[in-house]
Design a protein around this ligand. Sequence first.
Ligand code: SF4
Length: 304
Amino acid sequence: MDAALEKIERLKRERNAVILAHNYQPGEIQDLADFCGDSLGLSIEASKTDAKVIVFCGVRFMAETAAILSPGKTVLLPEKTAGCPMADMITAEQLRQLKAKYPGAIVVCYVNSTADVKAESDYCCTSSNAVAVVDSLPADKKILFVPDRNLGSFVAERTGRDIELWPGYCTTHVCITEDDIRKARQKWPDAIVMSHPECTEPVRKISDELLSTGQMLKFVKKSSAKRYIVATEKGIIHALRKENPDAEYIPATERAICPNMKKITIDKVIASLEELKERITVDEQIRVKAKESLDRMIEILPSD
Ligand code: SF4
């Protein structure tokens, strides 16, 4: 084992730490993690681990989510500037104003949101269970969906529900264009196009499958196809190749890279474990309210 990885193993034992990595993390970070997954899988893992320290290789809202679910644990984000532009597209005050405009509506917030916004929401959801969460809500209720208008419109299409969309979006997924998909299809006509619901509507419309990253991994495992065009952040291709090495994976575009996800490095993971930084904490009042919306989400698993 290489010296850096040996050091991480030693520090993990000393600290009683577990390392969680999102599917968009650099390949070497996914390889050293104890658990890799999408936001839903990581949220569940964070809520049930016995470790005292959680090193979250992802972006700030994910570490905040772990801190909300595991108040007795130390949650670390190895790079303090790793944020999510989409999560920052709505503030708690903006959400309060939206709620005042639609009294009685149910607020569903994508897990890619700040703790303050989660605390103002009724339900959280991830891209894996957004449809199941909205389907579970009373049919006569209007739904306010924040912050991702693309995931929100995907949910509206699938559920037929009356949904008010907040105009947020993922700055990485909107880099994937309809033209990218058409060109890739021309070059590889036998490939299955798998797109993430954070992609824009024109991209979603011409895709074969709309799946979260966790669902992509499951889909490929069951499918007999040998080639896939992947329309989401490129990091998932590392996980797809690792789990299903016999198929070929083509990124819809080389531009689909989230710069924040790529800020985590092996050296930063070591520094994080050595110095117990950057500690992510959430104000207790906000945490308790945000946890209610996360708990309601964790109860509703997708049907796949
Ligand atoms: S891929 Fe998009 S939604 Fe995910 S962290 Fe990056 S900017 Fe945020």
